[in-house]
Design a protein around this ligand. Structure first.
Ligand code: NAG
Ligand code: NAG
Ligand code: NAG
Length: 151
């Protein structure tokens, strides 16, 4: 085949693939962006047997007081704001002798196209602060202190 013919074949194949991809998006996987949800999961990793109490709120939702035994988890889902994000879920964490606050979800830090985005935002709560699961190395190494600074 000449190079020109090869190129034409490639173009035809590629445009066929694109058409197939789009027809599948329309029929099989109808991605409805308004129903995509972000999940936040929080696990008590205080590590000394303490129970962790937490109470998370956004400007719209009060998720109520949750009580987590050592190593147990709780999660919630919400619909992220894709275009102009300003969602913040702020949590108050208490355990014997301690009272801390942390924004467990903040669009500026965790949102699509922001700092370190997450759709599954998986957190371990340690005494030194929260650590998020890093999908690149499968470790809880995205850590912050209780003031929200990376550590
Ligand atoms: C997407 O989901 C929302 C909420 O369920 C619904 O109101 C809307 O009609 C859906 N859009 C499409 C294109 O299916
Ligand atoms: C919590 O998990 C840690 C690490 O796996 C383990 O050492 C500890 O015994 C567990 N604590 C409880 C109360 O299950
Ligand atoms: C996440 O893991 C990758 C791969 O190991 C690493 O390069 C990156 O620095 C980690 N992110 C954070 C915030 O630690």
């Amino acid at each position: 085949m000449t190079n020109i013919l090869k190129t034409q074949v490639h173009v035809v194949v590629i445009s066929l693939l694109i058409q197939i991809a789009f027809s599948q998006v329309k029929t099989d996987f109808d991605v409805n962006w308004s129903t995509i949800k972000t999940m936040v999961r929080i696990t008590n990793r205080l590590g000394d047997g303490s129970t962790l109490n937490l109470h998370c709120k956004s400007s719209d939702d009060d998720l109520g007081l949750k009580i987590l035994a050592p190593n147990s988890s709780w999660s919630f889902k919400f619909r992220p704001t894709i275009i102009v994000g300003s969602t913040i879920f702020s949590c108050h964490f208490t355990w014997p002798g301690q009272s801390k606050r942390f924004n467990i979800y903040d669009d500026d830090r965790d949102g699509v196209r922001r700092g370190i985005p997450c759709i599954y935002c998986i957190w371990d709560i340690t005494k030194d602060g929260p650590c998020r699961f890093n999908e690149s190395d499968h470790a809880f190494d995205i850590c912050y202190d209780w003031n929200g600074n990376p550590r």
